[in-house]
Design a binder for this molecule. Sequence first.
Ligand code: ZN
Length: 134
Amino acid sequence: MNKIEHIGIAVKNLENSNELFSKLFGESHYKIEAVESEGVNTSFFKVGENKIELLEATNEDSPIAKFINKKGEGIHHIAFDVSDIEAEIKRLKNEGFKVLNETPKQGADNKLVAFLHPKSSNGVLIELCQEIKD
Ligand code: ZN
């Protein structure tokens, strides 16, 4: 793994939270993106070299809606940048981690993504992401 790519935060209302986090960082988000397959609207902030992703559910079946119902708003996942997502999935499976999607899928921010089940990583949902180069 190369570095932390971003930290994902589950929020109830993206518009309100965009305002709140803009105040916190002293800068607005640089993009908003819907990921229909996940039932989420996302926004991204740059904080120096780091990124924060806010996620709002677009429907009740969205993993973000389920997360908020169970735990409330807060840190949802940590995403790590990887150079070869397929190789990382294989490696982590061999190490005993539970990979939620063994075939990487298209995520927000031009990335291929895969998730590890929080149960296999001390309660932390891990996202692997590899930049799609075009
Ligand atoms: Zn993410």
